[in-house]
Design a protein around this ligand. Structure first.
Ligand code: URA
Length: 435
């Protein structure tokens, strides 16, 4: 077997065997296949596609390219949750406590933000003292005792994906469903949970620009999860406008706490209850998704989920006092308001534009090495459908660098569109796949 033959076979539209795919992934992982051959195969896959058998073989080989976490020492059904990435998406910080408060065990690994999308690890690092790296035994112990732990994904999880993703990123080979599925699912399957709830975003601020593409990706990911023996469900959700009102690390931690206190924006509360309800159902703590939803709602209303959140923060070395005093979180020194230029209705708030603005404010990184300002970001005072008068505040940009705040405000202003007519109400939760 050699790489030339594998590239040629795919270039001509052939289906690769499991052995060929394993040979490729092993060579990518140990560095024996040069980047030019890997890139050539990625481009051939992009043009010719892969069938489900090939996609599963690729996912499985990538999963086995590094550590596979063994969570069997934790009793009960472990349920993971993953978002394909968006703007203002702080749902993990709400959903995991809701599910854990209802008896689900959540042993989760998350990533950092890059470009215009955020990452849970950065948000958690805005909590003073919070540790996002734990020894395996500490991680397991916390899940047993608190019901949840969220740590940063280590380099040992699906290392083949790290190399392949870096090459896809610079060879215009990101947008292929089999490559996206294998990238996401290899990492999720290596994290060891028994069931997975996927939040597949679609719209301006997401990889999948429309619902049909998101449904295709969801079907493929659910099928691959099931082929690997994991119950997998996907929820397709809107990412045309940011989720909630806060975008930026400590701002999003505050908003997550507000939701857990029952005072948060209704869109994010609705999505968090939906995802938590599905986790509670897949975790065996409800007979149906609706009952899971009711249980999640009760855990929100009676404060049980907020209590889990406090214990989670304290267990990972963070100061749980942040729940009652937001001033303990990183503080900004500069703010700039963006105001409506006319009367009307907010017709559009482009998620991608707000994500870029947040990145410019200092909250996000352009390259993996960039330092970020954990206090920076944007707070939206209006959402799509809000009626506005000329001069009303639409959003406020926060940060500590006047130049960055100015640049962010200019970008954020472009993301808003005001029209005379009220727009149709956006539908946040579009459909559930795989139940
Ligand atoms: N997220 C991933 O982890 N991989 C992809 O290919 C796309 C989104």
């Amino acid at each position: 077997m050699d790489m030339y033959g594998i590239i040629l076979k795919k270039r001509e539209g052939g289906a690769l065997t499991r052995d060929e795919i394993e040979y490729f992934v092993k060579g990518v992982t140990d560095g024996s296949i040069p980047d030019y051959q890997t890139s050539a195969l990625l481009m051939a896959i992009l043009w010719r596609g892969m069938d489900m058998d090939e996609t599963y073989a690729l996912t499985r080989a990538m999963k086995l390219s590094g550590d596979v976490v063994d969570l069997s020492g934790i009793d009960g059904i472990k349920v993971d949750k993953h978002s394909t990435g968006g703007v203002g998406d702080k749902t993990t910080l709400i959903v995991a406590p809701l599910a854990a408060a209802c008896g689900v065990k959540v042993a989760k690994m998350s990533g950092r933000g890059l470009g215009f999308t955020g990452g849970t690890v950065d948000k958690m690092e805005s909590i003073p003292g919070f540790k996002t790296a734990l020894e395996p035994e500490e991680f397991f112990k916390q899940v047993r005792e608190v019901g949840m732990s969220v740590i940063g994904q280590t380099a040992h999880v699906a290392p083949a994906d790290k190399k392949l993703y870096a090459l896809r990123d610079v060879t215009a080979t990101i947008d292929n469903l089999s490559l996206i599925t294998s990238s996401i699912m290899s990492k999720k399957l290596a994290c060891g949970s028994d069931a997975i709830v996927l939040d597949v975003k679609c719209g301006d601020g997401a990889f999948m620009k429309n619902e049909e593409m998101a449904a295709e990706l969801s079907n493929m990911m659910c099928e691959i999860g099931k082929a690997d023996g994991k119950k997998t469900v996907a929820v397709i959700t809107d990412m045309n406008q940011p989720l909630g009102n806060a975008v930026g690390n400590s701002l999003e931690v505050i908003e997550a706490i507000e939701v857990l206190k029952g005072h948060g924006p209704k869109d994010i509360e609705e999505l968090a209850l939906k995802l938590a309800g599905l986790m509670i159902y897949l975790g065996g703590h409800a007979k149906a998704a609706d009952e899971g939803h009711e249980k999640a709602k009760a855990a929100l209303e009676n404060g049980a989920a907020l209590e889990v959140f406090r214990r989670f923060v304290a267990a990972q070395g963070g100061n749980p006092g942040i729940v009652d005093d937001y001033k303990l979180l990183p503080q900004h020194s500069i703010e700039k308001e963006i105001r409506a230029s006319s009367d009307g209705y907010v017709a559009e708030i482009k998620a991608r534009g707000i994500g870029l603005a947040s990145q410019h404010s200092g909250a996000g990184r352009a390259t993996k090495e960039d330092e970020i300002d954990l206090s920076a970001g944007i707070y939206l005072s209006k959402k799509v459908g809000s009626a506005v008068k000329k001069g009303d505040v639409l959003a406020t940009v926060y940060g500590n660098d006047a130049g960055k705040v100015e640049r962010a405000a200019a970008e954020a202003e472009k993301a808003f569109k005001i029209s005379d007519k009220a727009p149709d109400a956006p539908v946040l939760i579009k459909r559930v796949i795989g139940l």
